[in-house]
Write a new protein. Structure first.
Length: 206
């Protein structure tokens, strides 16, 4: 199935239809949360899905609770399994500060999620998305953060963007033999190529 006709381009951004320009097939990106897993458990899950590249989207690529998930440990450990490590936390990581006094994302109750949704309109975010797209053109890529449950993590909003604005299929790795396709946030809608989380909130403004 050709999907490039369905791509949305964000205003002033080259990130969006990149994969559509370079591939006629549907591209899939996986996501995973390391949580309290062991390195061996993480490696086994990645190998189960034949992942070539692990894109770390943690703003701070370390873990006091699970020190084995520090960046330097992951680089070495994954290389032993022929999996490339790539840190994209600067562009795509969470824990964003408030950027706009009047965010349009009224349906997002969590300030952290609302701030991240604001961040998706930034040039920095779009650069990160373009890097991720280029990695995924011919390789199997998994996005990793710390939170095990994707819907509690900022990668849920990143997945919304990749699915709605880049037409990338997103699959969430839960456990061995268990994945689930991404579900867009019920309050999300496209406005001039941008995702806005305000469905169900508009009536309250009037």
């Amino acid at each position: 199935m050709r999907v490039d006709r369905f791509f949305y381009r964000l205003p002033g951004s080259r990130a969006g239809p990149l994969i559509g320009r370079l591939s006629d097939s549907v591209v899939t990106i996986w996501t995973i949360g390391h949580s309290t897993r062991t390195l061996e458990e993480l490696k086994t899950l990645l190998q189960e899905h034949q992942i070539d590249i692990l894109a770390d989207v943690r703003t701070f690529p370390t873990s006091a609770r699970c020190p084995h998930f520090k960046r330097e440990h992951l680089v070495w450990w994954l290389s032993e399994a022929d999996i490339h490590y790539c840190w994209l936390g600067m562009e795509l990581g969470g824990y964003r500060k408030k950027q706009h006094p009047h965010s349009p994302h009224l349906a997002l109750i969590s300030p952290g999620f609302r701030n991240y949704a604001d961040h998706t309109a930034s040039k920095e975010f779009r650069r990160g998305v373009e890097k991720l797209q280029r990695l995924a053109i011919n390789r199997r890529v998994a996005i990793m953060c710390a939170e095990k449950l994707w819907w509690r993590c900022h990668r849920s909003l990143l997945s919304d963007y990749l699915a709605a604005c880049c037409c990338i299929q997103i699959m969430h790795i839960l456990e061995a033999g268990r994945t689930e396709p991404h579900r867009l946030h019920r309050a999300a809608r496209l406005v001039e190529g941008r995702l806005v989380y305000d469905l169900g909130e508009q009536a309250r403004l009037w």
